[in-house]
Design a protein around this ligand. Structure first.
Ligand SMILES: NC(=O)c1ccc[n+]([C@@H]2O[C@H](COP(=O)([O-])OP(=O)(O)OC[C@H]3O[C@@H](n4cnc5c(N)ncnc54)[C@H](O)[C@@H]3O)[C@@H](O)[C@H]2O)c1
Length: 263
């Protein structure tokens, strides 16, 4: 997919990766970019910075009615949605001690929201014979987010769901991409580094921390090639291969890194 004249929706677009994707889609010639976020004021500020093709919308991605209404409103206004980016995501910040409410939130934002948007947007895409779903998962979805159990489990689920969609709908014209960055310099990671969170320190020690704009560059290239797995950090492919070939050795290496960082 190239972005010229496309109608695009991005969730979690008020900052970080979602804002960078929205800016980049507009720069690539999208006809409309809808920036949806819980934080509607911040989404509006980003949209105003982009210009007239950008529109902000208040959205809680965990509320299926709101997702349906946003999709219906966008289709009514622009006639279609070519690319839907399920990008909003949350961390839980802990292990098994994290309470059920935080596990539930991670499940709802990182996984169930992807189901809601697919349910809402696929009928229109299928009736028009095509469309692209971009799900922001994470390298945590193919590896492990040390220090965050719920993030690891739900991001693995999000990659699994994206793969299921890709296999199920590809022959009916639907392209699916799973964006799986490692460390990206956004509030999500920066807050963890400032607070000395183990997971954030492991990420910082495991490879380059990219800017959100670099993630947007990689996404544009991945969409152009209609690739399923978009890896802004190419080393993640090597890590995933090593993990698949030798799970025990992979885990031993990570434990060693954690011991070094916590010594
Ligand atoms: N920053 C990283 O290192 C990193 C690495 C890999 C993957 N990711 C993923 O990238 C995506 C974007 O994260 P980011 O780093 O830009 O984080 P961020 O915290 O800067 O942005 C997340 C955005 O999602 C919005 N959001 C949260 N819950 C929502 C909800 N229920 N409904 C609507 N919007 C909601 C927030 O308001 C925020 O604007 C997430 O899915 C995250 O898991 C981030």
């Amino acid at each position: 997919m190239n972005l010229t004249d496309r109608i695009v929706v991005v969730t979690g677009a008020a900052g970080g990766i979602g804002a960078a994707l929205s800016r980049r889609f507009a720069a690539e010639g999208a006809a409309a970019v809808v920036l949806a976020d819980l934080d509607a004021d911040a989404a509006r500020a980003v949209a105003e910075g982009i210009g007239p093709v950008a529109h902000a919308a208040a959205l809680d991605v965990t509320d299926e009615e709101q997702v349906r209404a946003l999709v219906a409103d966008t289709e009514q206004r622009y006639g279609r949605i070519d690319l839907f980016c399920a990008n909003a995501g949350v961390t839980s910040g802990g292990g098994i001690e994290v309470d059920d409410a935080a596990w539930d939130r991670a499940w709802r934002v990182n996984v169930l929201a992807h189901v809601y948007s697919a349910r809402a947007v696929l009928p229109g895409m299928l009736s028009r014979g095509g469309g692209h779903l971009l799900h922001t998962c994470s390298a945590a979805g193919v590896l492990t987010a040390v220090g965050d159990a719920a993030y690891t489990a739900t991001k693995h689920a999000s990659v699994g769901f994206a793969e299921w969609l890709a296999i199920t709908y590809r022959d009916r014209g639907i392209r699916v991409s799973a964006l799986c960055p490692q460390g990206v310099d956004t509030p999500m990671l920066a807050d963890g580094i400032v607070e000395g969170h183990l997971g954030a320190r492991v990420i910082a020690a495991s490879g380059a921390v990219l800017t959100a704009d670099q993630v947007a560059d990689a996404t544009i290239a991945g969409l152009a090639e209609e690739r399923f797995l978009i890896l802004p950090h190419p080393e993640v492919a090597d890590y995933a291969r090593r993990r698949a070939e030798d799970p025990d050795g992979w885990q031993a290496g990570l434990r060693k890194l954690v011991r070094r960082l916590t010594a």
